[in-house]
Design a protein around this ligand. Structure first.
Ligand SMILES: *[C@@H]1O[C@H](CO)[C@@H](O)[C@H](O)[C@H]1NC(C)=O
Ligand SMILES: *[C@@H]1O[C@H](CO)[C@@H](O)[C@H](O)[C@H]1NC(C)=O
Ligand SMILES: *[C@@H]1O[C@H](CO)[C@@H](O)[C@H](O)[C@H]1NC(C)=O
Ligand SMILES: *[C@@H]1O[C@H](CO)[C@@H](O)[C@H](O)[C@H]1NC(C)=O
Ligand SMILES: *[C@@H]1O[C@H](CO)[C@@H](O)[C@H](O)[C@H]1NC(C)=O
Ligand SMILES: *[C@@H]1O[C@H](CO)[C@@H](O)[C@H](O)[C@H]1NC(C)=O
Ligand SMILES: *[C@@H]1O[C@H](CO)[C@@H](O)[C@H](O)[C@H]1NC(C)=O
Ligand SMILES: *[C@@H]1O[C@H](CO)[C@@H](O)[C@H](O)[C@H]1NC(C)=O
Length: 629
């Protein structure tokens, strides 16, 4: 990718506003304009509301060194990300409706930091690298700044725009604008990001939202074609601008909503005949490009097919023959796209070669097609964000945006990712030993189903070990020298762990057998230096009936049995009483036998009561004191 994707200088030419009435219903209205580095919201001369960026990101704010050289307030303040705020910093735009968007950025240096060193950094959108700024910047861009724009798709309801510091440079940004566009606009084959490498309107000055009062539904700005036209090679001819004398039709239509103004001016070439028109566009040979051509027959003298015919050549290759009148008649827009592949140079040449009459063109767009990078599985992103929160990971570690993407950059500091067979990214390792962390481990860690190794040793983490920990993939667990409390979670016991270091914590309770078997099977386990772990070979025996959750299973069974015995005894007593009464009144036993039975029953009854009393005293923890009368 070229260091400066595409830029245009903002020499604003005030163009008289042509009122154009949009009749089409246009349902995509979301737009956000962020004035980076500004402390307050504001409204500009185009009635655009600019929001302060303080709620979207971290980093530091500054002002360009010569604010009077800048036309718009949002160009004067900027945000930069010193290395102390981490290598990766993001703007996180929440609650975005799903769909397709244009992002426009304004980047400027203007020696704001007095170091006379333009920074090197990368910018990513939704985990794909889109801009690569490399020091030294072109003098004009460094001083006056540059706009860049691109089209991208949002699949979740959040957009991440991230800045990656190269060496110790501080990425810098002055404004960010997000405008929703038609979901089917500029579709190539998939939803790749399209980065603008040149978008011009022939025969006019620069125009579009933010630059003039002219509207464009997608907030596209259109440069003058003078910046791209190849001069001195027009075969002796002279460039002529023409403007439409009446309205052009077939404009402002879904899905691309090309504006009327684009087709109201054009350039052609006049001369002896046979003169061609040529444009050169900057490109990066590594990428494929999407060219979008715009034509309209706005010369009233061309009034039938075959009067103006020309071929379109891209890098010398004939890609299409054009007869605008034959295709759409006059005063009607005619556009088509062409994908250029296998480039060999950093310049793309577009030439209009005449066949009949002189060639004409209204505008041209050129976009680099950035293939989608891999993405971290969504539920693992959720888990990592929860961990960032619960572990209170410091800013300097740059835990922002997608944990693993873009793949050309390292994952979040201390995090290792891998690519699964089906092409998604997953977290395989977390190493945050001795980072001064003070939080706890979120239960969401269970969502990291590919986690192999977790090392959080020598921090000040507390709380209990979460249930989620002990996923099937986990092999290595080092939580030593923290302040973890409570008992060992059962989930740990069912895992395939080979290395477990939990020494130097405040854990208590019985160690599950399965965990102890790690040592037996050649793994390593260290449970020393805890508050009250018991049951292991080097640990004290657990008190009878005591295990990790207080009472052991055996303890519970014992209590259960005691209760059962108690209930049986009570029932027995009740039964005997009942029986005795029955004996007393219902059955006519011989007198002697009856008195014998009564005696025996009385004796039985006393004994039962005694036992009962003993039991209840025991339960209260008293030593029974009674006199055997
Ligand atoms: C700017 O506007 C946004 C949205 O309207 C609002 O949430 C925020 O509080 C405002 N900020 C300031 C500094 O006024
Ligand atoms: C500016 O916007 C406000 C509301 O967003 C509207 O009421 C006002 O008419 C607009 N002004 C112009 C000049 O368009
Ligand atoms: C789009 O698909 C066609 C064939 O289906 C292929 O030739 C072309 O290269 C694809 N374009 C891109 C940009 O992937
Ligand atoms: C844009 O239009 C508004 C009113 O319609 C006008 O006040 C303003 O000066 C215009 N801005 C420019 C830059 O032409
Ligand atoms: C250029 O290609 C078009 C078809 O794409 C063809 O009709 C035309 O004849 C070609 N021009 C030349 C000079 O071969
Ligand atoms: C581009 O190059 C690749 C291999 O380098 C080749 O397979 C493909 O056919 C080429 N495509 C075009 C349009 O030349
Ligand atoms: C890829 O595989 C993982 C499991 O390894 C699964 O959770 C995920 O949904 C799969 N992704 C796709 C796009 O199939
Ligand atoms: C965990 O990380 C520390 C460094 O922070 C290292 O000394 C220790 O060996 C690691 N533990 C394991 C099990 O690799």
């Amino acid at each position: 990718m070229s260091p400066f994707p595409f830029f245009f200088f903002f020499i604003i030419i005030i163009i008289f506003f042509l009122p154009s009435s949009y009749s089409t219903h246009y349902p995509y209205n979301y737009a956000l304009h962020i004035d980076c580095g500004s402390l307050s919201n504001s409204t500009d001369i185009f009635n655009t509301t600019w929001l302060s960026d303080r709620y979207f990101t971290n980093g530091a704010i500054s002002v360009v060194s010569e604010p009077l050289h800048f036309q718009h307030p949002q160009e004067k303040t900027l945000r930069y990300f010193p290395i102390s705020s981490g290598k990766k910093n993001c703007y996180v735009i929440p609650n975005l409706p799903l769909g397709r968007y244009q992002l426009r950025t304004f980047t400027v240096y203007d020696n704001y930091d007095g170091k006379s060193h333009t920074p090197s950094f990368d910018v990513s959108v939704e985990g794909n690298i889109v801009f690569q700024w490399r020091s030294p910047w072109h003098e004009t861009i460094s001083r006056a700044g540059a706009y860049s724009d691109l089209f991208f798709t949002v699949n979740d309801d959040v957009a991440d725009i991230c800045f990656y510091s190269i060496a110790t440079d501080s990425p810098v940004i002055a404004s960010l604008e997000i405008t929703q566009i038609d979901p089917y606009s500029y579709l190539v084959n998939d939803t790749s990001i399209l980065v603008n490498y040149g978008r011009f309107s022939s025969g006019s000055g620069q125009w579009g939202p933010g630059f003039t009062n002219d509207t464009d539904r997608f907030a596209r700005s259109w440069q003058s074609d003078i910046d791209f036209r190849v001069s001195g090679r027009i075969n002796g001819g002279k460039i002529k601008s023409i403007t439409a004398i009446r309205n052009v039709v077939n404009v402002d239509e879904a899905p691309n909503y090309f504006p009327l103004k684009l087709y109201q001016s054009a350039v052609t070439v006049i001369g002896e005949g046979g003169e061609y028109l040529e444009y050169n566009l900057p490109v990066d040979a590594k990428l494929d490009y999407l060219l979008w051509f715009h034509f309209a027959e706005i010369d009233a003298s061309v009034n039938k097919a075959g009067k103006r015919v020309f071929d379109v050549l891209v890098n010398g290759e004939n890609v299409s023959r054009v007869d605008i009148y034959k295709e759409v008649g006059s005063f009607a827009a005619y556009d088509f796209k062409y994908v250029v592949k296998n480039l060999t140079s950093t310049e793309l040449s577009v030439r209009l070669e005449p066949i009949v009459g002189a060639p004409v063109i209204c505008g041209l767009e050129n976009y680099a097609i950035i293939p989608s990078d891999l993405k971290t599985l969504p539920q693992q992103v959720v888990a990592m964000k929860a961990l960032k929160e619960s572990l209170r990971v410091p800013d300097r570690m740059g835990w922002n945006g997608d944990p693993c993407a873009p793949t050309t950059w390292d994952a979040w500091e201390g995090v290792t990712c891998r690519t699964t067979k089906n092409g998604s990214l997953v977290i395989s390792q977390i190493d945050l030993g001795s980072q001064g962390l003070k939080g706890y481990i979120s239960d969401q860690i269970g969502l990291l189903s590919n986690l192999v190794s977790l090392n959080l040793s020598s921090n000040s983490l507390g709380g209990s070990l979460p249930w989620g920990l002990g996923q099937k993939s986990l092999v290595k667990l080092d939580l030593s020298n923290n302040k973890f409390t409570g008992s060992l979670s059962d989930s740990l016991a069912s895992s395939t762990l080979r290395i477990v270091f939990l020494n130097g914590n405040e854990l208590e309770g019985q160690v599950p057998e399965e965990l102890l078997s790690i040592g037996v099977h050649g793994g390593a386990i260290d449970l020393s230096g805890n508050k009250g772990l018991c049951g292991g070979p080097t640990l004290p025996d657990c008190p009878l009936f005591w295990s990790k959750n207080g009472l052991s299973t055996t303890g519970k069974v014992a209590i259960g049995i005691s209760c059962l015995v108690f209930i049986c005894v009570v029932l027995l007593v009740a039964y005997i009483c009942y029986k005795r009464r029955q004996n007393d009144y219902d059955f006519g036993l011989p007198h002697e036998m009856m008195s014998l039975a009564a005696k025996r029953n009385r004796y039985q009854r006393q004994k039962s009561l005694m036992t009962l009393e003993m039991e209840s005293q025991h339960a209260k923890g008293f030593i029974p004191t009674y006199n055997a009368t």
